[in-house]
Design a protein around this ligand. Structure first.
Ligand SMILES: Nc1ncnc2c1ncn2[C@@H]1O[C@H](CCC(=O)c2cccc(C(=O)O)c2)[C@@H](O)[C@H]1O
Ligand SMILES: [Zn+2]
Length: 353
């Protein structure tokens, strides 16, 4: 973690505890994880792009006026990924960054439609991500799994294409575990995606749409009812509906909370106004995630530090939060037990006199 990310209001040794705490990351986007170094390398390679290659200019470029502006900038980075080798490099480097933060397991959200429609061959795309996944697991010990998401605003063509890529046995990558829906929510009603989620679920994939990030609790209800969501991406505005909070708690539907993202995209005004406390109070399973870390000037460790401050957590509280993510993941039971045991052993050793 860089000093820029050290929150002075929480003790330094808690930062150190977080940095070495074994973790799982459930909500992080593939392209949105491209580090400034990778973005600037790709921008320099593709000189026709409007993305700056200078690191300082990049920080400015990643300052967003609202969610629509964020998506516009995001798509300009998508435009930099043009070959299967770009895809492989990005995936492998993202795994390296996760491993450095002691992330043992990550479900990476990938939008294959954005790459195939830009002309990357679909088979070569799948091979690139799988090749990087296997290399990363062997070299860094970080296990990666994929969530393929529909970029909702790109319409039902993108839904059809994403469902096809996720369910065709000749293409579907081994690491694929779930099916999602991302992008803007305003003007993109969730129920229209039901047939595509039905197909994905029938093919054994788990349902993890974004909902309630930029629209209200009714979008979260839609995601639950029509898309049979098993976890909710963000779910931020659920706090406006006490019945929804009770339902999420009772059904043990985890929320993938990404605090800094919500500030960067202006979905929430300030961290102190973030509803994470309400979620915990309501008994909801809260998981902490980073979404598009370099674009939001954060990383998963910093998100845990933010959570420690907002929820007033000590080491044991942070360990419980880390175990929530493992439990809410789509890892098999032996895999979950292994990481949870590692978290417990690490925490007890840290706290031993
Ligand atoms: N916080 C977030 N909340 C929601 N989504 C987020 C977030 N962060 C990253 N995303 C990603 O942004 C993509 C959006 C892509 C999109 O809208 C679009 C529209 C039209 C054409 C094309 C194209 O490729 O041609 C793409 C989503 O699929 C998702 O994976
Ligand atoms: Zn997201």
């Amino acid at each position: 973690m860089t000093d820029r990310l050290i929150d002075p209001s929480i003790p330094r040794d808690l930062h150190a505890f977080i940095a070495s705490l074994p973790k799982a990351e459930l909500h992080v986007h593939h392209v949105g994880s491209a580090s400034p170094r990778i973005v600037s390398e790709l921008a320099a390679r593709h000189a026709d792009s409007k993305v700056p290659s200078d690191l300082e200019a990049l920080a400015d470029y990643f300052t967003f006026t609202d969610f629509a502006h964020f998506i516009e900038v995001y798509l300009s980075v998508v435009d930099l990924i043009r070959t299967p080798e770009d895809v492989r490099l990005l995936t492998y480097e993202v795994a390296r960054d996760l491993a450095r933060q002691q992330v043992r397991y990550a479900e990476l959200t990938i939008t294959p439609f954005s790459s195939t429609r830009r002309g990357i061959d679909e088979k070569a795309f799948m091979e690139a991500i799988e090749d990087a996944r296997k290399a990363a697991e062997a070299e860094f010990g970080t296990v990666l799994r994929w969530c393929f998401d529909i970029p909702g605003e790109a319409g039902l063509v993108s839904a059809e294409e994403t469902a096809r890529l996720a369910t065709d046995d000749r293409l579907r990558p081994e690491g694929l575990v779930s099916f999602g829906l991302g992008g803007p929510e305003i003007g993109v009603p969730r129920p229209q995606f039901k047939p595509y989620f039905d197909r994905a679920i029938a093919a054994g994939l788990r349902s993890v749409p974004h909902a309630g990030e930029t629209t209200g609790p009714e979008t979260v209800w839609d995601a639950l009812t029509h898309l049979r969501a098993e976890r909710i991406g963000h779910g931020t505005n659920s706090f406006q509906d006490p019945k929804l909070l009770a339902h999420l708690a009772e059904e043990r539907i985890p929320l993938e909370v990404c605090p800094t993202s919500n500030i960067a995209t202006r979905a929430v005004r300030t961290l102190d106004e973030h509803p994470i406390k309400e979620f915990v109070k309501a008994g909801i399973v809260v998981t902490i995630n980073s979404d598009d870390p370099p674009m939001f000037g954060t990383d998963l460790n910093n998100e845990y530090a933010v959570a420690a401050r907002l929820l007033d957590l000590d080491e044991r509280g942070l360990a419980e939060l880390a175990k929530n993510a493992v439990e809410a993941s789509f890892l098999d039971e032996p895999g979950k037990s292994r990481i949870k045991d590692e978290i417990d052993t690490y925490t007890e050793a840290w706290l031993a006199p």
